[in-house]
Structure formats: C-alpha cells, structure tokens
Ligand binder design. Structure first.
Ligand code: TYD
Length: 203
C-alpha cells in the first residue's frame, strides 16, 4: 500500500508535537515506514532558512517567499522521494500554516499564497490534516515559561486569534481533508480520537 502525506497544524502551544510523536509510533506499530519531518525546515537547506525565518526581521513578502523556498527544497529532497518510495510522511506544519500565520495573522491575504501553493506543490496536498484547535488565551498560558519565544511566538493574542480564524477558513474550504481536534481535552482523550482515525487511513 502506498504511504500517505499527513500534516499536523495548530497555533503555538496547542500541543501538536507531542501527539505527532505518539502518532508516528502508532503508525509504525501497524507496520508503516514513517518519516517524521517539519516545516519550515526538514531538509538541510530548509533548516537554514528556518533559522532565518524564526529570528530575523523581514518584510511579509520576504517571509512568504522564504517559507515557500524552504518548502520547495523540502518537497524536492525529502517529502517527494519518501512518498515515491511509499513511505508515510508526517509533517509538523505545512502550507495551512502559511495561510494561517502569514495570510491571516500578518494580514497578507490568501491570493499570493494560493499562487505559490499551486506553483510549488503542483497539485500535491496532504491526504489528511489534523488541526489542534485551542483558544489563544489557553495557548498563551501553555506557552508561558516553556522556553524563549521565537519571532512568531512573541505575537499577541489578537494575532493568534487571526491565525485561529485563518485555520477555520482553510477547514471550510476543504472539510474532507481536516480532522479538527479540540486541544483543550486531556492527552488520553486526544489519543483516542487519533487512534480512531488511524483505521480510516487504511481504507
Ligand atoms: P513550530 O515548529 O511549530 O514551532 P516550535 O518549534 O515552537 O514547535 O513552528 C515554527 C513557527 O513557524 C511557528 O510559530 C509557526 C511558524 N510558521 C509560519 O508562520 N508559517 C509557515 O508556513 C510555517 C510552516 C510555520
């Protein structure tokens, strides 16, 4: 059976990385070959671009173009080859993050991002996206004291409110791709949702 391309999304502090680790193990337990990766980053060049994106001040246009430059390299050198081999690719963030953070959060809108999405992805879309949804106030409480915030994590509640709304719009545009998870639930409840949805990936 061919692998699947699965992405995890949500505002900073929603807890998706913890669940991603568990999800990768659950797939491996079922015999899948799993590649766990992330954006921005995931390849040597894209990780260098990530370093710039998370620390350097830049215009919103530069930010969007660097996100997609990193994405292009990641798709060319890591994700594409893995999917061609039949591996399962689990990616911590993908283009929905660009629509949510740059498009909605920073107010760039979706038009140019949609253009770059068509160009860079050439029709490739995740088979499924898990969206960890959380009110911005709760996410901020969870992030508090975790570690030094990066350039995005320093943004205020209004910014994360817009990011959350940006994600909701993406779900509305392509509801079949998304599983939205209420991230206020405890870890066991969220795992139960993920476990239940794993079976449907084999369908
Ligand atoms: P992430 O890896 O989730 O952060 P962490 O290392 O704290 O788990 O994501 C890094 C940041 O990049 C996050 O704040 C969201 C941001 N981001 C965008 O703004 N646009 C994008 O297209 C992507 C992929 C990430």
């Amino acid at each position: 059976m061919r692998g699947r391309f699965i992405t995890f999304e949500g505002i900073d502090g929603a807890g998706k990385s913890t669940h991603l680790d568990w999800f990768a193990d659950a797939l491996r337990a079922r015999g899948a070959t799993v590649l766990r990766t992330r954006e921005p980053g995931g390849s040597p060049l894209a990780e260098r671009l990530r370093g710039l994106l998370l620390t350097e001040a830049m215009s919103i246009t530069t930010e969007i173009l660097l996100m997609f430059a990193a994405r292009q390299d990641h798709l060319d050198t890591v994700v594409g080859p893995a999917l061609a081999r039949g591996d399962w690719v689990l990616c911590d963030r993908f283009t929905d993050s660009t629509f949510a953070y740059q498009g909605a959060g920073r107010g760039a809108g979706g038009e140019h991002i949609a253009m770059l999405e068509r160009w860079v992805q050439a029709g490739l879309q995740p088979d499924r996206t898990y969206l960890f949804d959380l009110p911005p106030e709760e996410a901020a409480r969870r992030r508090a004291g975790a570690r030094a915030p990066d350039r995005f994590e320093q943004e205020d509640l209004d910014f994360f409110g817009r990011v959350r709304a940006g994600y909701a719009l993406r779900v509305q545009q392509d509801p079949a791709r998304f599983v939205t998870i209420d991230a206020r639930q405890d870890i066991a409840a969220i795992r139960a949702v993920l476990q239940g949805s794993i079976d449907t990936l084999w369908a």
